[in-house]
Design a protein around this ligand. Structure first.
Ligand SMILES: Nc1ncnc2c1ncn2[C@@H]1O[C@H](COP(=O)(O)OP(=O)(O)O)[C@@H](O)[C@H]1O
Ligand SMILES: O=P(O)(O)OC[C@H]1O[C@](O)(COP(=O)(O)O)[C@@H](O)[C@@H]1O
Length: 303
């Protein structure tokens, strides 16, 4: 079973506002409410690609119930911990002349809720895969990622981490199977600006030297680079298309890579699946389906 953990799930309120101006009343031209949060997006895309997963994490209030309900409608399994205080957040994703995001805080997670998550993790076995992604709400200790990986370390399960800066750096010593920062996040870690695929390669290799087995760097419209554990560097430009909503593109890439790897055991196929899955999600409001990914793959070979 693939387990995803989303510490702070959300309802993503995606709106289109023509020429947004701060300080006045703006009206929406389009609106949709989607379940969100990085692990949740990974679970949705895995379902779309025909892979079972169970979404773990913390939920609260009516927003939490709606996130769970929406997620299950995609066919993903859920086993969320229901937190008593506060509400699961609503994150605003505004498309206008520029993309603007306002992400909420989330509920008040208590030590007993964390213990419940640990108890769930204790049931995982060697055959399982664990995807841990997204930010940590302020009520959780910033050692959360490490504590989880340490807890499952002896089981030798494959762990995938999609997190930024210190959260990511601190888990490298546990040798995660896959990490997926984007080029900006990679640049922030080393205090450099990385704009091209060639510039990214040496820094991706540094993260590998620091412990990660496979390092996948997403680069939005520039494509992606993979430094794999068999010392291969695989890179590609992005498939061409019109971007409608890039929220969840990175999570789709993680799901696509994982699905491709579990199906074939081949890094190049996994990479292409991840790349096309990311783009297929960016080219629509919601997240990619298997058919969308196959269609994007055809355009990649035509480019
Ligand atoms: N503008 C775009 N054009 C084509 N593909 C895109 C675009 N934006 C994202 N993608 C696809 O989605 C993947 C992940 O996107 P990215 O924005 O780098 O991730 P994140 O959301 O984690 O920052 C990219 O590697 C690419 O395959
Ligand atoms: O957990 P975080 O880092 O606060 O981010 C949550 C947001 O990220 C998303 O999961 C999208 O992530 P990406 O665009 O990086 O793929 C949204 O659905 C959600 O609103």
């Amino acid at each position: 079973m693939i387990y995803t953990i989303t510490f702070n799930p959300s309802l993503d309120y995606v709106i289109q506002v023509d020429h947004f101006k701060p300080g006045i009343i703006n009206k929406t031209k389009f609106e949709e409410i989607l379940p969100g949060g990085k692990g949740i997006n990974v679970s949705i895309v895995l379902s779309n690609l025909g892979h079972e997963s169970t979404a773990l994490g913390f939920m609260a209030g009516f927003t939490g119930k709606e996130i769970e309900h929406k997620l299950e409608s995609y066919g993903a399994k859920t086993d969320f911990i229901h937190v008593k205080k506060g509400l699961s957040r609503i994150n605003v994703k505004m498309k206008s002349d520029e993309e603007t995001e306002i992400n909420g805080m989330g509920p008040d997670i208590q030590p007993e809720d964390i213990q419940e998550l640990f108890n769930q993790l204790d049931t995982l076995t060697e055959k399982d895969v664990l995807v841990i992604s997204g930010s940590i709400p302020s009520t959780l200790p910033d050692t959360m990622y490490e504590q989880i990986i340490e807890r499952v370390q002896e089981k030798k399960i494959k762990v995938v981490v999609d997190a930024t800066n210190n959260l990511l750096l601190k888990v490298l010593k546990y040798k995660p199977f896959l990490i997926k920062p984007n080029n900006h996040e990679l640049g922030e870690i080393f205090n450099v600006e990385l704009n091209t695929r060639d510039e990214v390669i040496p820094y991706a290799k540094k993260l590998q030297e620091m412990g990660a087995q496979n390092v996948l760097i997403s680069m939005a419209g520039q494509g992606a680079v993979l430094v794999s554990d068999n010392n291969e560097v695989i890179q590609s430009k992005a498939p061409k298309g019109i971007v409608v909503n890039s929220v969840g593109a990175g999570d789709s890439m993680v799901a696509g890579f994982l699905a491709g790897y579990l199906e074939t055991g081949n890094y190049e196929k996994a990479f292409i699946n991840g790349l096309c899955c990311g783009s297929a999600s960016a080219f629509q409001v919601g997240l990619a389906t298997k058919e969308d990914v196959e269609n994007v793959k055809k355009t990649l070979s035509e480019n």
